[in-house]
Write a protein that binds this ligand. Structure first.
Ligand SMILES: Nc1ncnc2c1ncn2[C@@H]1O[C@H](COP(=O)(O)OP(=O)(O)O)[C@@H](O)[C@H]1O
Ligand SMILES: [Mg+2]
Length: 258
């Protein structure tokens, strides 16, 4: 059984990519097979895992626009159970190019359906917008994971995201669920962070993960070494928090199956 999660929030800098990489790595280190799909033209998920595009190497862009086969594109990472489907900056134009295509909302979904047999989890790192690539991710996903930064205006834009989810559910993907909401960059020393957490609890109740991701310098440093935090500093609070999130998600999955 494979679960496909889109990690989305149209706000930039809320921790989507950090969550994709480190949740993926935590699941993979627990011996689950994981594919990370980078759908952002900034390709931070790819570079954060140490991937650098060689001259004319194909990426997600070529898959979506030229129908190249995924096994030509998926690459290994430093963790044996963690694979990456990388992106590159050409994707910036893809949202427009895709508009011309028939079934343009279903391109990623069709692709990932063929990969379900190979992975237990597929995590899609979304761009900071509600563009056609994000719509493709929501159409492909079983569940949506929403990272929210524990800062002033945390809930800004969340209603637009919820409207988009509702529209995708009605038109394209009736099974789409909001799996969970994750408070990121939490600073326990500040009243503001604590207030925001209470607000998130009120707004999302049971959907809010018990695990909270602290603001942690190791999480910010790890990508420049091309590593998930568990390979950079496994004892850090950042590593601990993503391991705990992985456990929470696994427990939740077990519950919903059994
Ligand atoms: N919990 C955290 N603690 C410290 N820095 C973080 C944390 N989460 C993310 N960051 C940093 O904040 C910036 C934005 O995070 P990122 O995951 O790239 O957000 P998004 O993908 O939503 O744009 C990055 O520089 C990242 O390293
Ligand atoms: Mg990102």
């Amino acid at each position: 059984m494979c679960k496909i999660f889109a990690i989305a929030n149209q706000k930039g800098g809320v921790g989507k990519t950090t969550t994709a990489i480190n949740l993926g790595a935590a699941l993979a280190s627990g011996d689950h097979s994981v594919l990370l799909v980078d759908t952002d033209a900034q390709a931070n998920c790819s570079s954060g895992l140490g991937w650098r595009r060689q001259e004319s190497q194909p990426t997600l862009y070529d898959l979506l626009l030229d129908g190249l086969s995924p096994d030509k594109i998926i690459v290994d990472t430093d963790l044996p159970r963690l694979k990456l489907l990388p992106a590159d900056r050409r994707l910036a134009g893809a949202a427009v190019e895709l508009l011309q295509m028939e079934d343009r909302e279903f391109l990623l979904s069709r692709l990932l359906e063929t990969l379900r047999k190979d992975f237990e989890f597929i995590l899609i790192d979304c761009p900071p917008s509600l563009n056609l690539l994000t719509i493709n991710a929501l159409v492909a996903a079983d569940g949506l994971l929403v990272p929210i930064q524990s800062e002033y205006m945390a809930l800004e834009g969340v209603s637009d995201l919820m409207d988009t989810v509702e529209r995708v559910r009605r038109r394209f993907n009736p099974k789409l669920q909001i799996t969970g909401v994750l408070a990121t960059m939490f600073d326990e020393r500040t009243n503001l962070s604590n207030q925001i957490l209470q607000e998130l609890e009120r707004y999302f109740s049971a959907k809010l993960y018990r695990t909270v991701i602290p603001r942690n310098i190791r999480l910010a440093e790890a990508p420049s070494f091309g590593k998930p935090v568990i390979l950079y500093d496994v004892r850090s609070k950042g590593a601990e928090s993503y391991i705990s999130l992985a456990k929470e998600i696994l427990a939740h999955e077990k519950e919903s199956i059994g």
